[in-house]
Design a binder for this molecule. Structure first.
Ligand code: B3K
Ligand code: ZN
Length: 848
């Protein structure tokens, strides 16, 4: 497969002023008629359109049918020779949506016709200049059987309805805003809907509709509320107003990712729309709020101003993630949101950034663009925007965003254009800062301290890693928030330092005693701090920054676990500090985070050579010790916060469930019958999904017969609800029980399971591949199973398959024994006949 390079970017040779599409949908095929008005922009004779897996029926140039000599077709394009300065091209082609299992282009999710065009799916619908810097005005007519497909949707505003004789009907949609083809969407189906209205700040009324499978209408209220909150928030926070008469959201079950921001017609994975407390967890509710907002925010950051080319993806994704994180922080708890964001970044992005698949947030090349919708582009991208926000401050940042919107509205731009706006309105030089777009790997900062004659000196050394290709990288520029805390716990000083050199130091005087350092407050830079020693117990008590207080508890736990891994006894100072946390009278959601022990994957990332078994056993020992020592107190916290009859989703109720379930999980480490019975009781009597999934997880790991009974009950209750069945599969594939691989294999034959539905693949196979205990099992069977699934699924849906390939990216950090087993499987997969370029690209990088 061929790589595409950013350095080869060339401006398009043609503009498309208008495009007029007609879709005639039938059960076995769809006929697409595509009429485009072209304008030549430079001196070329030939027009080359992207076209993939299309059956061409007719081509007309300015109303004259073209003979076979006047155009050529190959695997990826349709070329028309000798075209004029301006001309109209009409193309008629045939496609087969019901056979489209890749879920890119026009496909069927159950009985619903839907599309996914980002990044390069439009060329699987009709020939086009399928690149984001070609923006055009779309008019789309959809025609289908009226009874089967009463709802016909596309982008923009509804223009016209047509009736046909033979039981068919049509609707024409017009989108006045020029847009790239990746934002095109079409939906046809027999859908239920929920409607509402939003009045924008200048008084325009917008009709809001959420379309779902009939019977699910009652599960849309949270999504609708979230949409209206997001619309209001974007007006208040960024001054951005919605720009069409209609905003439609459609939920479908088969979708490769979370959702898609098509102009005026978002298509969503139903997991990010449907919720009630019986079927969705509190985390699901949060997820819906943030994804609904994310797609809405794209209307300005992505749609009105889009990317020049796909290397600029972080321009819209990093920025839009930062915007949705800020929104969620405003809607819920700021401190909890920040910690959750950082947890996610470390679990996903830091792992990626330490692996052979690492890349800058603006990659330099790709084979399959779909492989670059990564945590790096999204989450590290959001951190980069956040740092600019921190450097500029709220007011200047807003001025810079205004400048960005005013300057580039309606254009396809680069990350450089964005940084230009930040520099202009911020009045700062971001030249060195821009390295964040072009360098890979998580920057490390070595922190040393000196205290002499009342002067505290902080000595910083940046550890700069080489890029993945071995080339040298330069020191970074970032804001580093810090504080010094006096021995009596009083805050002595708070500052934002600018780190920019490989080595530098900062001195602060006037101290009678050596103060304690609180560093990278709020996680102001996405880096790894390497500090010789620190007084974690002190910071757990006195740090005034919620993030670094959390960090101190995590670091203390990590230090304790790592010394246990080397054979030491449990550090009682940590146990004491943990006891201190239990007594704190603070926000319960935040407290639930403080009480969480570091994840297995956090500990794995820190090992030079990974051996999972040692980590699991230290982790279990520490949890069991804490559960034994604090049993009484934990039980008391449980009882105080357990309200089985409540399914309220206000902040307090959510926080109570969070802390209650955290302590229940911790208590279960002691593996007593008493705890198993409490969990069973919680399973039987609680009315929320949040409580049920924790109870199931606890039972699975404490009491086999009780677990079996509860899982059977759960299955019988929810087997018709695939969203809930995803939880069922996920809970079982993350189980630490010995026979789990066998159970996972058997579950593939369950009538609910289907390799063609991405959510199910992710919850059964994807979750198993993140179950470090069993995936990395010493007999190699975990690897073999996932590799087999990659080969099978690659034939159906390459995007799904390459996602599974990524679970092997930890390869070069594993111990020799596991490496050998992994390599055998990866070699087998990469030598499979007809392997997709998606899977090839990932495995090739891992094995290099
Ligand atoms: N922009 C889409 C992602 C498209 C992924 C293509 N494989 C969703 C989002 O980030 O909002
Ligand atoms: Zn996005």
């Amino acid at each position: 497969p061929q790589a595409i390079y950013l350095k080869d970017y060339k401006k398009p040779s043609f503009a498309i002023r208008e495009v007029n599409l007609t879709f005639e949908l039938f059960e076995e095929y769809t006929i697409v008629t595509n009429v485009m008005k072209f304008l030549k922009l430079d001196n070329v004779q030939e027009l080359r359109l992207h076209a993939e897996e299309l059956e061409l029926l007719e081509v007309f140039l300015d109303d004259v049918a073209l003979d076979q000599e006047s155009y050529t077709i190959d695997e990826e394009s349709l070329s028309v020779k000798n075209v004029a300065e301006s001309f109209t091209l009409k193309i008629v082609n045939k496609i087969y949506p019901h056979k489209n299992t890749e879920l890119e282009g026009l496909y069927k999710s159950g009985d619903i016709f839907c599309t996914q065009c980002e990044p390069e799916g439009f060329r699987r619908i009709t020939p086009y200049l399928d690149r984001p810097d070609v923006m055009s005005v779309f008019t789309t007519t959809v025609i289908a059987d009226k009874e089967k497909y009463p709802i016909l949707l596309s982008n923009g505003n509804k223009h016209q309805c047509h009736e046909n004789f033979d039981g068919r009907h049509g609707v024409t949609w017009h989108d006045p805003h020029p847009k790239p083809s990746y934002l095109f969407a079409l939906v046809a189906g027999d859908l239920g809907s929920v409607s509402d209205e939003f009045t924008t700040m200048s008084g325009n009324k917008v009709a809001l509709n959420i379309y779902v499978d009939k019977g699910n209408e009652s599960k849309c209220s949270h999504a609708m509320r979230s949409l209206k909150e997001a619309m209001r928030w974007d007006e208040e926070t960024y001054g951005r107003e919605y720009d069409l008469d209609i905003y439609n959201i459609v939920a479908v079950d088969s979708f490769n990712m979370g959702a898609m921001e098509n102009k005026g017609l978002n298509i969503f994975n139903s997991a990010y729309v449907l919720a009630n407390t019986d079927t969705a967890t509190d985390a699901n509710f949060m997820g819906i709020e943030s994804v609904i907002a994310h797609e809405y925010f794209h209307n300005w950051t992505g749609n009105r101003i889009t990317c020049r080319d796909w290397f600029q993806l972080t321009l819209k994704e990093g920025l839009t993630v930062f915007r949705d994180q800020s929104f969620s922080a405003d809607m819920n708890s700021r401190e909890v949101q920040r910690i959750e964001d950082v947890k996610g970044l470390r679990e996903r992005q830091f792992v990626e950034d330490a692996s052979p698949t690492r890349h800058p947030i603006q990659p330099k090349s790709y084979i399959s663009m779909n492989n670059f919708y990564t945590s790096t582009v999204y989450e590290k991208g959001a951190e980069v925007i956040r740092m600019m926000h921190t450097l500029l401050g709220e007011e200047k940042y807003r001025a810079a965003m205004d400048l960005y919107f005013n300057t580039f509205d309606g254009e396809a731009v680069t990350t450089g254009d964005f940084v230009w706006a930040m520099e202009q309105a911020g009045g700062i030089d971001l030249k060195q800062f821009q390295l964040w777009y072009h360098q890979s790997g998580t920057p490390r900062l070595i922190v040393d301290e000196k205290f002499e004659n009342g002067v505290y000196t902080l000595m910083l050394t940046q550890k700069i890693l080489d890029d993945v290709d071995g080339s040298k990288q330069a020191p970074m520029y970032y804001p580093l928030k810090m504080a010094l805390i006096n021995q009596d716990g009083a805050l002595a000083l708070e500052k934002m330092l600018i780190v920019s050199k490989e080595k530098e130091s900062f001195s602060f005087d006037g101290f009678a005693f050596k103060p304690v350092l609180s560093i990278n407050r709020d996680f102001s830079a996405p880096i790894i701090i390497e500090q010789q020693e620190s007084d974690y117990a002190f910071l757990m008590k006195y740090d005034t920054n919620s993030f670094t207080q959390y960090e101190a508890t995590q670091n203390f736990a990590i230090e304790t676990l790592e010394s246990m891994m080397q054979g030491s006894k449990i550090d009682e100072a940590f146990v004491e500090a943990y006891g201190y946390l239990l007594d704190l009278d603070i926000d319960l959601s935040y407290k639930a985070l403080l009480l969480e022990l570091p994840s297995i994957s956090t500990l794995m990332q820190r090992q030079e050579v990974i051996d999972c078994q040692i980590i699991y056993s230290a982790h279990e020992d520490l949890a069991k010790h804490l559960a034994d020592v604090f049993q009484e107190k934990l039980l008391q916290i449980y009882k105080e916060n357990h309200n089985p009859d409540s399914d309220a989703i206000d902040a307090k109720s959510i926080a109570q469930r969070a802390i209650k379930n955290r302590v229940l999980k911790l208590l279960s480490a002691s593996e007593t019958k008493e705890i198993a019975l409490i969990a069973k009781e919680q399973y039987d009597n609680s009315i929320t999904m949040t409580d049920r999934v924790t109870a199931l997880d606890v039972l699975e790991h404490t009491d086999e017969p009780l677990a079996e009974e509860a899982f059977k009950d759960f299955y019988n209750k929810y087997k018709d609800n695939t969203l809930v069945m995803n939880k069922y599969f996920g809970l079982l594939s993350s189980s630490l029980r010995d026979d789990i691989l066998h159970r996972v294999k058997t579950l593939q034959n369950d009538e609910v399971y289907d390799d063609k539905v991405p959510n199910l693949v992710r919850s059964l196979v994807g979750t198993f591949a993140r179950n470090h205990k069993h995936f990395h099992a010493k007999d190699g069977e975990g690897y073999k199973f996932v590799a087999d699934k990659i080969v099978e699924i690659d034939k159906i849906n390459p995007q799904m398959a390459s996602g599974l390939c990524s679970t092997f990216k930890i390869y070069d950090k594993m111990n020799k024994e596991n490496q050998k087993l992994m390599k055998r499987e990866l070699m087998r997969v990469i030598s499979t006949q007809g392997l997709s370029k998606n899977s090839f690209e990932i495995i090739d990088k891992i094995l290099k």
